[in-house]
Structures are given as C-alpha cells and as structure tokens.
Design a protein around this ligand. Structure first.
Ligand SMILES: C[S@@+](CC[C@H](N)C(=O)[O-])C[C@H]1O[C@@H](n2cnc3c(N)ncnc32)[C@H](O)[C@@H]1O
Length: 176
C-alpha cells in the first residue's frame, strides 16, 4: 500500500484529525483514504482525476503554483511525487507556502527526486532533480529546523505510472 505512511502518521499520533490539503492529488487515492478516515480534505491538481473523488473532498482544478494556500489553516499538507514537476526556485517557494499553510503542530509531507532517479532520462515533464544536500540545506537554513524525518529511497519504487527501476526520491516530513 503506497500510502501506508499516512496510516502510520495517524497511528503514531503525528497528524491530528482535521484539515488536509493534498497538492497534485492525481487520481486522489491519498485524498480518498484521508476522507474515509474523516479528515476534511481539499485536493488540487491541474488535471481532473480519472475517477470522481468521493463526496466531501473539495477538489480544485488548477496549477498548484496558482493555488492560494490559506495561512495557519491545515493540520496536514501532502505533496507526493509532484514537486519535481516544478523548477528549483518554485519548489522552494512552494515548500515555504506549504509551511505557512500549516497550523502550529501541523505536518507536511513532500518529496523531490534525487539526482540518481530514472526519470532524469524518462520524462521531460520532470524538471528538478536535487541533490540531498541542496534540500536539506534549504530546510535547515530557511526554516531553522531539521526535518522530523527524511527518507532517501534508492532502488525499485512504485509510482502511479508503474514501477520505476531507478527510484531516487528524498521524502521529508516537517512539523511546524
Ligand atoms: C505522479 S502523479 C502523483 C499523484 C499523487 N500525488 C500520488 O502520490 O500518487 C503527479 C500529479 O501531479 C499533477 N501535477 C503536476 N504538475 C502540477 C502542477 N504544476 N500543478 C498541479 N498539478 C500538477 C499531475 O497532473 C499528476 O496528477
């Protein structure tokens, strides 16, 4: 189950039941999971989900760079496998806006592609491949805090487009 980490966050008491924002929600599997667990979910994607999202999820079809994230509003902001479609400076702005969008104690979860990732060659749409040092430096210096958790995955990996043989993603969990 791709989203086991979300269940673990809930089980471990890391995220409170409340307002969730899912940026680049794709087909909405994470949004649907959270909604079924009684979170109040907003989801954003520039494309329509292939299947209609369940009742109760507030979906906005727009570019995440144009979506106004309300300040101090969310308990959990989720942006999985989407930030690598933005340019490096846009990722930084996005992460800063996500952080502002969190309530105190809120959690954000996002990942970027590392520079060993197979998508470097496979996709023109994926534009940013950061070295680990770049993003760790950014989070630590910009926010003056280390990530709560940082996972580097190198090897086979699941994406919504199937198995990616040379996955190199760096996933960050940050608590405000
Ligand atoms: C690889 S899918 C990831 C979907 C989902 N978050 C997941 O973890 O399975 C990437 C999604 O990001 C969306 N996307 C890419 N760039 C975007 C942008 N600038 N604004 C909004 N959505 C974007 C795509 O339409 C696609 O649905």
């Amino acid at each position: 189950m791709i989203y086991q980490y979300i269940l673990d966050f809930i089980d471990n008491g890391l995220i409170r039941k409340g307002k969730v924002l899912d940026l680049g929600c794709g087909h909405g599997q994470a949004a649907i999971l959270l909604s079924s667990l009684e979170f109040n979910v907003e989801a954003v994607d520039k494309n329509d989900p292939a299947i209609p999202l369940v009742k109760g999820i507030q979906f906005t079809k727009t570019d995440i760079r144009d979506f106004k994230i309300k300040a101090n509003h969310y308990d959990f902001i989720h942006a999985r496998n989407v930030l690598h479609f933005l340019h490096k400076d846009e990722i930084k702005q996005m992460v800063a806006r996500m952080y502002r969008g969190l309530k105190k104690g809120g959690v954000m979860y996002f990942n970027v592609s590392g520079d060993k990732d197979g998508w470097v060659e496979k996709s023109k749409a994926v534009v940013t491949f950061l070295s680990e040092k770049e993003l760790v430096d950014y989070i630590e210096y910009e926010f003056k805090m280390p990530p709560y958790n940082k996972v580097t995955r190198l090897g086979y990996g699941n994406t919504t487009s199937g198995v990616n043989k040379y996955t190199h993603t760096i996933t960050y969990t940050v608590i405000k």
